[in-house]
Design a protein around this ligand. Sequence first.
Ligand code: THU
Length: 160
Amino acid sequence: MKKVEVTTSAIIYDDFSQLSKDDQSLMEQAITARKKAYAPYSKFNVGAALLLDNGKVILGNNQENAAYPSGMCAERVAIWKAGSEYPNMIVKKIAITAASTNTKVNKPVGPCGACRQTLSEYEINQKQPIEVIFMGEEGAVVKTESLLSLLPFSFDSSYL
Ligand code: THU
């Protein structure tokens, strides 16, 4: 028997203005996407912007449904939109932002577990890390070097 320590690392920026110009630009596009979210039930609007290595930026936002489980998160809307249009794509980065009409979201909102799992498939296949940058509406911003750093002991195709 042995005990293992699983560590991860992230950079925490005090706010958006501390990001590099390139990361600010990607986050600004995520904010644009967030403002078009369809979230009448949760009032929690999420936007995602993916940067591909061909320079394209693919946007997504959450799309809810009166039958609640039929809705979808912003990150998966974005990655599937990108994958369907560019099947051999390499994803460099994803920027994520969330804001609510009920409350001020002033802490970073990371991708949910299902979105981490979905994104991990693409990171593994492309054999290159996907940087993940996330924030609320204001306040601190988190940046990790890879998706898998957010998903220890994850499931992948090697088990099948
Ligand atoms: N949501 C996302 O879009 N991404 C996440 O990673 C977490 C949650 C959405 C789903 C739902 O429309 C709303 O936020 C509240 O859960």
